[in-house]
Design a protein around this ligand. Sequence first.
Ligand SMILES: Nc1ncnc2c1ncn2[C@@H]1O[C@H](COP(=O)(O)OP(=O)(O)OP(=O)(O)O)[C@@H](O)[C@H]1O
Length: 278
Amino acid sequence: MQHPTALVAASARASDSAAVRPEALACENVSRWFGGLQALKSVSIRVGQGEIFGLVGPNGSGKTTLVNAITGFYPPQEGSIRLHGDRIEGTRPHKVARMGVARTFQNVALFRGMSVLDNILMGRHIFMRPSALAAFFYPVWAERAEIENRRKVEDVIDLLQLQSVRDEHVDTIPLGLQKRVELARALAAEPRLLVLDEPMAGMNQEEKEYMVRFILDAREELGLTVLLIEHHLDVVTAICDRVVVLNNGKAIAEGPAREAMSDPAVVAAYIGGAAHAA
Ligand SMILES: Nc1ncnc2c1ncn2[C@@H]1O[C@H](COP(=O)(O)OP(=O)(O)OP(=O)(O)O)[C@@H](O)[C@H]1O
């Protein structure tokens, strides 16, 4: 297992080609208010296919609000969002999911009382049709679909090395593994864009290193684009091709992670804010 900082060179090489990648996601002048509070102020980002793009900024800067705008939970009141060229602003979350966007949440959001395997299978729900009727009229089709769902889930279990806990209840496994199960459930949906909201929150160093490795493996093997909200700045500089830094709802820097993070406006925002970088 490589330490995250050992991955800087690979990330730097990847960023060289970031500008010429085809577009996966583009937000243009996205704004969102909550009552009198403007949480996003005309934010624009462009994410290339296959990039790991970091969303960084002090607490309350608007990172989750931008992710919620993209995934349809809180549509923007101004601006546009394109996913692989299609306009999606205002699209409902389940439709955005069907268009190939999967996300994990800041606080672990697993189905308590269910096994690791069943939680990951839930990630396949977007491929499941009204099954009772289908199973009655098309038993062969339903059986094939079930086999395919289970095969995909087994692939994800192998990729994220979850074999040893596959039958455990999620409540009984450590937080680091719960976060990995959440990632597995997102990958089971076969997304093109994977949105990770603080996947390493609350993790120790070893758990962080595993998570870094799995995100890189998933990007590599599944050809994903990744949008990553992360407070651990060592991880951000190690694995993100590019980042945008938000502060008070505004984008104050964008570019390769190291350059953006050393921008004087970013340093000032972090000193002035409540950053809890590692
Ligand atoms: N549903 C909501 N209702 C009202 N205000 C909200 C809502 N969601 C976010 N906000 C406000 O919008 C601002 C941006 O919040 P957001 O959660 O996007 O920040 P963040 O950068 O993700 O913060 P953190 O790093 O702490 O998760 C904050 O002032 C927050 O209180």
